[in-house]
Write a protein that binds this ligand. Structure first.
Ligand SMILES: Cc1ncc(COP(=O)(O)O)c(C=O)c1O
Length: 406
């Protein structure tokens, strides 16, 4: 695309063209899949230079692969970052960032409402390596400030937190992180482009589960970290390549590249459907409370509207049913509702074309301790909905029949 300056292009153009270079051998339009574990050299000298990174090239797909490079360049361009490192899963990206930047004796300040797997890494795995973690409510800057210690090295949180949809002010957190010299790592999985650009709001490193909206078709597990070239070199060289070995398979990189071409349209439609579903649930006599940043009733609605773009929020909603519907507890009513649904599938994960519904306390957050769940406000009656791309009238019809059968 050398004849066109992509840095001035709109997001939908960039989703399609960024990172793509004309295939020099045959001119293939789609990115070729370099399904190879290793790469061959003409001479020993060439091999040594490539392995020592003295000349560009590839030597082994755990350390880098041309298909993965296209994906990384595309994502970095979209996120407004210098570089990206793709990984085998979202948690792989989070783990690599931890290994690259934390050492024994360090301390991390982490949002108290985060994905269950992240909570596990923070609360269990980091402790094994002598790293302390304090969980705080990152919607309250004063709590974050108070938790910082002399040995604090990292501030970690989710833009829209899984599963309670609390919204953290990324720019305000960045000010605190900069004042204390902390590496700020933001998980923006629930707010992918074109919704929110955390690097532009001051994050040092942004992680995404590519499994979710980036790939968006429910057929890939993948992750990515984006940030400065210096930080990404550390993630790639000290963590992924030499220690964790969490390379993304080239075939999966290809699938995400293909999916990203329609990402703008998909994400906008997920958000539009979610807004309709959130309003429908909020008006339902069966529902006690809806957590959705796009609703005026959400405590951080104004913040969400100002830091998210194009009037988009997310495709994710959580809600609680009323206690006592037909004599059922909120938990039992929730389980019955999920079992009654026909279109919405009972499954973890999110950001797929298919609407997915789950029960965080027993599914995505099952490993989070009862105490941590209570502290984060994850009740037994909470239900999480990933609104898909079906006709939204059909989703409402599905919920109508499921509520009626409670
Ligand atoms: C917010 C968030 N971050 C990270 C992850 C982990 O991603 P993956 O399942 O690709 O490892 C998830 C998974 O659900 C998530 O919801």
């Amino acid at each position: 695309m050398e004849k066109f300056d992509l840095s001035t292009a709109g997001f939908d153009t960039a989703f399609i063209h960024a990172g793509q270079h004309r295939d020099k051998e045959w001119g293939a339009l789609a990115t070729p899949i370099y399904q190879t574990s290793t790469f061959c050299y003409e001479t020993v000298e060439e091999g040594q230079k490539k392995i020592m990174r003295e000349i560009p090239g590839y030597y082994y797909s755990r350390s880098g692969n041309p298909t993965n490079s296209v994906l990384e360049e595309k994502i970095a361009a979209i996120e407004g970052a210098e570089a990206a490192v793709s990984t085998a899963s979202g948690l792989g990206a989070i783990g690599c960032v931890m290994v690259a930047f934390l050492r024994a004796g360090d301390h991390v300040v982490c949002g108290q409402c985060v994905y269950g797997g992240t909570n596990h890494i923070m609360g269990t795995n980091l402790a094994q390596f002598g790293i302390d973690v304090t969980f705080v409510d990152t919607t309250k800057p004063e709590e974050v400030e108070a938790a910082v210690r002399p040995n604090t090295k990292m501030l970690y949180f989710e833009t829209v937190a899984n599963p309670l949809m609390t919204v953290t002010d990324v720019a305000a957190m960045s000010k605190i992180a900069k004042a204390h010299g902390l590496k700020m790592v933001v998980d923006s999985t629930f707010t992918p482009p074109p919704i929110l650009f955390a690097v532009k709001l001051g994050a040092d490193i942004v992680v995404h589960s590519l499994t979710k909206y980036y790939n968006g078709h429910g057929d890939v597990i993948g992750g990515v970290a984006v940030g400065s070239k210096e930080d990404m070199d550390k993630v790639r060289n000290s963590a992924m390549t030499r220690f964790c070995g969490t390379a993304l398979a080239p075939f999966n990189a290809y699938l995400v590249i293909r999916s990203m071409k329609t990402m703008g349209m998909r994400v906008r439609q997920h958000c539009a459907n979610a807004m309709v579903m959130a309003r429908y649930l909020e008006a339902s006599p069966f529902v006690e409370r809806v957590y959705y940043a796009g609703l005026e009733s959400h405590p951080q609605h104004a913040l969400a509207a100002s830091q998210m773009q194009e009037g988009l929020f997310t495709g994710m909603i959580s809600f609680e049913l009323k206690d006592g519907i037909n004599g059922l507890s909120a938990y039992d009513a929730g389980a019955k509702l999920l079992n009654n649904l026909g279109l919405a599938q009972i499954a973890v994960s999110l950001g797929d074309p298919d609407t997915l519904i789950e029960h965080p306390a027993s599914m995505t957050h099952a490993r989070v301790s009862k105490e941590d769940k209570e502290k984060a406000g994850i009740s037994d009656g909470l239900i999480r909905l990933s609104v898909g791309l079906e006709n939204v009238e059909d989703l409402i019809r599905d919920f109508e029949q499921a509520f009626a059968a409670l």
